[in-house]
Design a protein around this ligand. Structure first.
Ligand code: ADP
Ligand code: MG
Length: 397
């Protein structure tokens, strides 16, 4: 992967930087979590310090090719300016007159943010020619391209993918850091290697299981997806989430794991409730005694202990997917227990997946205690699946 250094001296050069500023906004349009903006700072600061002129591009939400003032990058420009400690000029359009005029007026060490790239439907068009057209317009604004929006590198979109073939290109520091860290879970991982999987659906995580069963020593399965595996082991799961059509697949993975000497560890107890509700009461039961009219919404305390013991001595830990409905405090203890075990683990620890990263923050954990918390939900998942990410493939040397 090409790095910023490969672009040579950038003083006075116009650099088109794709970042991921797809931050959550409240009803007043205020940013509620600026984590993604903060994650973009190292690359921007380096480039500005080197005397580059930055033309920054990003999307916000799903405006579907329409200009939508509610999805303007104005709040992002304001927050970015505060974090950088210098003005961030916002263009009124993406590749129009105002963008060109403001890009031309940039001086060394200054930054311009283009308006939401998804206000123009060509940005994420399925049509290669349409994307090529707007990519050429982006390219006409700059001398080189730096790709730093890790959260979008799995997307074949004009400001992520197509523009790279029109300008000398390189990965920014965030993309570089993400790939380096996530690779520790996919390329020659240090053993023992424990993977913790959760989330609601087995079907979402099958490609990850498929890839990591070849590399991991232990796969711990919690969350809603565990019930399809428990069913595959002949257990009754009450009204818990169950993908009937994936029970056979789960059986195949259990058999494959056995054959390869990979331990698949399933919950031994569950916190069950009568309904999927924030205020539902939770009872701890063994997975052999899940009542027919109840659903498992979190792993139980014995499972937390069991999983923690498989995490404590691991040299590599990858965690993808909350092990319970962490959004409801009654059912967040399992996820908190796993987060605690992972933060205390001496091995290299990676958290991938949007909801898992959100859980770490929501439950009040210190993010610095994890070696890597990915900024990309879908992108990190696809990386762990072993898929080629288009926005990374275009940056190969
Ligand atoms: P990530 O975004 O980290 O990849 P997922 O999107 O796969 O994670 O899954 C997150 C969701 O899974 C959460 O909203 C959580 O409430 C849900 N979940 C976890 N355990 C259960 C369960 N036992 N029953 C229902 N939903 C669950
Ligand atoms: Mg998710």
């Amino acid at each position: 992967m090409k790095t910023i250094e490969s672009l040579g001296d950038l003083a006075g050069k116009k650099v088109f930087v794709r970042s991921d500023y797809n931050v959550p906004l409240d009803e007043n349009g205020e940013i509620t979590d600026d984590g993604r903006i903060r994650a973009a700072l190292p690359t921007l600061k380096k480039l500005l310090g080197d005397g580059a002129r930055i033309i920054n591009a990003a999307h916000l939400g799903r405006p579907k090719g329409q200009v939508n003032p509610k999805l303007s990058l104005a709040p992002v420009a304001k927050r970015l300016s505060e974090l950088l400690g210098q003005p961030v000029v916002l263009a009124a359009d993406t590749t129009g007159e105002d963008a060109h005029a403001k890009a031309a007026a940039l001086k060394d060490g200054e930054i311009l943010l283009l308006e939401n790239v998804r206000f123009d439907g060509r940005e994420n068009s399925k049509d290669d020619a349409e994307r090529a057209e707007i990519a050429a317009e982006y390219a006409s604004l700059a001398d080189v391209f730096v790709s730093d929006g890790f959260g979008v590198v799995h997307r074949k979109q004009a400001s992520v993918y197509d523009v790279a073939s029109k300008l000398p290109s390189a990965a920014g520091l965030l993309v570089q850091k993400e790939i380096e860290a996530l690779s520790k879970g996919t390329d020659n991982p240090a053993h023992p290697y424990t993977v913790v999987l959760g989330g609601s659906k087995v079907s979402d995580k099958i490609p990850v299981i498929d890839n990591l069963i070849e590399k991991a020593d232990r796969i711990l399965i919690g969350g809603g997806m565990a019930f399809t595996f428990l069913k595959a082991e002949g257990k009754e799961v009450g009204t818990s989430l169950l993908e009937e059509d994936k029970v056979e697949t789960a059986k195949e993975y259990l058999a494959k794991a056995k054959e390869k000497g990979v331990e698949i560890v399933l919950p031994v107890d569950e916190v069950v409730a009568a309904k999927f509700d924030r205020d539902a009461a939770g009872d701890v039961v063994s997975v052999d005694d899940i009542p027919a009219d109840k659903m498992g919404l979190d792993i139980g305390p014995e499972t937390v202990k069991l999983f923690a013991s498989k995490i404590a001595d691991a040299k590599t830990v990858v965690w993808n997917g909350p092990v319970g409905v962490f959004e409801f405090p009654t059912f967040a203890k399992g996820t908190a227990g796993i987060a605690e075990a992972i933060q205390d683990a001496p091995g290299f620890t990676i958290v991938g997946g949007g909801d898992s990263a959100a859980a770490v923050r929501l439950l009040g954990f210190d993010e610095s205690k994890f070696n890597h918390i990915s900024t990309g939900g879908g992108a990190s998942l696809e990386f762990l699946e072993g898929k080629e990410l288009p926005g990374i493939a275009v940056l190969e040397d």
